[in-house]
Write a protein that binds this ligand. Sequence first.
Ligand code: PLP
Length: 412
Amino acid sequence: MLDLDYIREAFPALEPAWGHLDNAGGTAAPRAVIDRIGAAMERATIARGGRHPRSQETAELDRLGHAAVAEWIGADPREVILGGSSTVNLDLLARSLRPTWAAGDEVIVTNLDHEANIGPWRRLAATGITIREWSLCPDTATLELEDLRRLLNKRTRLVAFTHCANVVGAIHDVRAATQMIHDAGALACVDGVAFGPHRQVDVDAWDVDFYAVSLYKIFGPHVGALFGKREHLLAGAPPTHDFLAADDVPYRYEPGGASPELLAGLPGILDYFDALDHHTFAVRGDADEAPKDRLFRAIAEHEASLAEILLSALRAAPGARIIGPETSDPALRVALVAFQIAGVPSHAIVAALAEAGLAVRSGHFYAPRALAALELDPACEGLVRASLAHYNTPDEMRRMVQALEPFLDPAR
Ligand SMILES: Cc1ncc(COP(=O)(O)O)c(C=O)c1O
């Protein structure tokens, strides 16, 4: 369904000899993004706020960058914070919300999230906030709603949880969790960093209060985007310049501003996907489905078929343990496959794959609490993770399975 030759042609970083299967560590960018960034730098990016045209051009890049992300995630541009990374954005958010709470108020964090959505909230314990943990279920490697229900109470102010963990790939029902959190009178802060590259983000439909994505994992430059409902952004107290007007949001949450030349690239993500949609569907004209829906459906199907090549090899190997769902069903998981092979250090596997021209990552992926809770084989020293994008090919997956064979079947 997807024309992979057409797609790969758009990404200068993708080379046939190099299988980029570490997309959760950062995706390649299409020319539509790269050219916009280059063009912005040729014009000089001078701080916004000046009356001269070049400064006003920067203000326009800033406006267009916010508008592009807003369109991508289903938000209002005034509710989109752009910063250096999701780690930076979530840390600033926690410090900004703290003044709106009292000592003894409670925040719930998980042990499944990337540390970026745990540490900033846990650090509030030093200021009198009580931290409770929504622990993952070791059998499924997911967060169960019934466990959350038991933790919520009238002192709960916020629940920080993941849409899809970067070491598991299982998709959580964000709408249902958010509903439960709102019923308890609390706010939902969702880490969508590992979900965003694979599916359509719709913060409005899910009714989340905060939602983080990292655009360098969604085919863009190194920028983190944090959605926040306007009423919460207005109520918060970000630790930035005192002289800024209280309603100057999201700017008050963007200390120093995000790099304008990088924001210049953000509309290029939309341009690329518009062109891909047109290329994929123009002839067939699936008019009954919205362009974004049909494209994301095609992407999800393609990625699931890639994941299935790896998952089926792992399922067949007695020594392999897949973390999270063993199925490639796109309703249950994204195409991010973490695993262990009994007794084999994960870094040894990754080194062998690198020799074969395949980029895959090993370790704890900044989610050490999840790894501890998953009761893993210590001899493996962490996980191996292959994370796929829509530009990956069946051939790359077959090469990966082939390179894994000596580990999966040591008798060979
Ligand atoms: C699930 C998840 N959350 C948060 C982060 C942190 O994002 P950033 O690198 O933009 O700080 C990552 C980064 O890998 C991640 O995978």
